[in-house]
Design a protein around this ligand. Structure first.
Ligand SMILES: Nc1ncnc2c1ncn2[C@@H]1O[C@H](COP(=O)(O)OP(=O)(O)OP(=O)(O)O)[C@@H](O)[C@H]1O
Length: 458
């Protein structure tokens, strides 16, 4: 089969052989995309899709303007529609020009696709590009899924991104170009061996082809096998995921019942679903150990700036990061406004109300001279007034009530303007005669709230 026949077969496989559809052809004026454009024009007219060439002038090389002018002339002579985008120098970033240029290109292709109603964008990627991509990914490391190379076709905007030359080697394309006397431009930056891809292109791939001339087709075969394997894996994970999910949460016991090789991929899929981010399995290993280890020191694990993993009652949930309530230090005081809840810890709020609140509360005769009321951690000399005129040290109350030493410092007292303790919050009230003159009855209340998400449903 000739190269032209193989090319037409590749187009047929992608359902592109129809004059009723428009395709965008990304042409850089390099040999690959000029061969692509030439081959497309050789498709019999009754099958040939409408061609719309898209070119980006990157303004990166002196040659750029010449290339754009050449392509303008080429398309005009052959009555081919052409769209050119200018990526002007002032748009170039200081670093990462290559990636930014690629982004600009694909954004432009997407725009052209949208405005022309095209069904596909075609690029000139070939078998050597595929091999270089594989080698780069092997060197970089990661999950097997990340080793996937360039796809012959993948969804792109409202259609497909198609690489019909993926099975052809660079040499085959060069031979075709010289046989058909095509004009094309060499990218001089391809000679720059300080760039990793160029070193692979010029040194490593030729070496490997010396080891085995079939190297490129072996890479293509691996890519196919890998694709099949990964889609089988994705299907299996999709089947297993519902067996460990309870609503939005993940049941850790069910997870640990899965065959060991599926636990990490299922955790990964569950996390991806709830965070919309894919974390590689390799990076997920510590998270997995934290999740299944019942001795983990903490029940929370930060995931992103805004999300955290929360583990409770054998379940795992992805929740928004809670704003931590700052622990009160001994010197800190909070002025108490009447009729308002005041948070004193992550789970406790205190209020002084003029009408009885819905939660349990203690009536207390309050004097104008008590105001302002203050909440603060208790101090060593603090005392409570007892009913028959005596005093009791706060410290004594805490000891009598067997409050663990570690929890004692966090206990708060409500004191009046004169520093008299009215309430040892959560433990005991000071006594005051309910018939004292000029007093108004207020209600001292303590409310416990659960930390959202810590008490998870099973
Ligand atoms: N300036 C350009 N204008 C239009 N199309 C381009 C341009 N540069 C590259 N392309 C398209 O992208 C294909 C691959 O080009 P090249 O290998 O230089 O890009 P890459 O950056 O390595 O690949 P990718 O763009 O997929 O990351 C070309 O064959 C061509 O179809």
């Amino acid at each position: 089969m000739t190269l032209i026949q193989r090319f037409n077969r590749a187009l047929a496989q992608q359902n592109l052989l129809s004059p009723d559809q428009t395709i965008v052809v990304a042409v850089s004026t390099g040999v690959d995309s000029m061969v692509l454009l030439d081959l497309l024009q050789r498709v019999p007219v009754q099958q040939r899709p409408q061609i719309l060439v898209a070119h980006v002038n990157h303004h990166l090389r002196a040659q750029s303007a010449e290339e754009a002018a050449f392509l303008t002339d080429y398309c005009a002579t052959r009555s081919i529609s052409l769209k050119i985008a200018e990526w002007s120098a002032d748009q170039h970033p200081q670093n990462g020009v290559e990636a930014a240029g690629r982004q600009f290109r694909y954004d432009f292709f997407a725009k052209v696709m949208a405005t022309s109603g095209a069904t596909a964008v075609l690029t000139g990627h070939h078998a050597n590009d595929q091999a270089e991509t594989y080698l780069m990914k092997l060197a970089r490391g990661g999950d097997l899924a990340q080793l996937r190379g360039i796809q012959a076709s993948r969804p792109f905007q409202t259609g497909q991104l198609v690489r019909p030359l993926l099975t052809f080697s660079k040499q085959q394309l060069r031979d075709y170009a010289s046989e058909h006397q095509l004009t094309f431009y060499e990218d001089v930056t391809n000679q720059d061996v300080t760039l990793t891809r160029n070193r692979l292109r010029q040194r490593v791939v030729p070496e490997l082809m010396q080891v085995n001339p079939e190297f490129l087709s072996h890479v293509a075969t691996y890519e196919q096998q890998l694709s099949t394997l990964l889609s089988a894996k994705a299907q299996m994970v999709a089947t297993l995921l519902p067996t460990v999910q309870v609503q939005q949460q993940l049941d850790l016991q069910q997870l640990s019942k899965l065959p060991s090789q599926w636990r990490l991929p299922v955790l990964q899929a569950w996390l991806q679903k709830h965070t919309r981010q894919l974390v590689s399995e390799t990076k997920l290993v510590p998270t997995y150990h934290w999740a299944i280890n019942s001795q983990s020191a903490s029940s929370r694990l930060p995931l992103t700036a805004t999300l955290e993993l929360v583990k409770a009652a054998g379940m795992l949930a992805v929740l928004p990061v809670k704003k931590r309530v700052k622990k009160l230090r001994p010197s800190e005081k909070i002025m108490v406004d009447l009729d308002q809840w005041q948070k004193i810890t992550a789970t406790q709020s205190v209020g002084v109300f003029r009408t009885s609140p819905t939660v349990a509360s203690q009536p207390f005769p309050l004097l104008n001279s008590d105001m302002p009321l203050v909440l603060r951690p208790w101090q060593p000399g603090d005392q409570l007034k007892l009913k028959h005129g005596g005093q009791q040290l706060v410290r004594r109350v805490l000891i009598d009530q067997k409050v663990p030493r570690s929890e004692r410092t966090a206990v708060q007292v409500l004191v009046n303007a004169h520093g008299t303790v009215l309430w040892l919050v959560g433990h005991k009230f000071s006594y005051r005669d309910p018939n004292i003159a000029r007093a108004q009855t207020v209600f001292l209340a303590l409310k416990h709230t659960e930390l959202k998400g810590v008490h998870l449903k099973r």
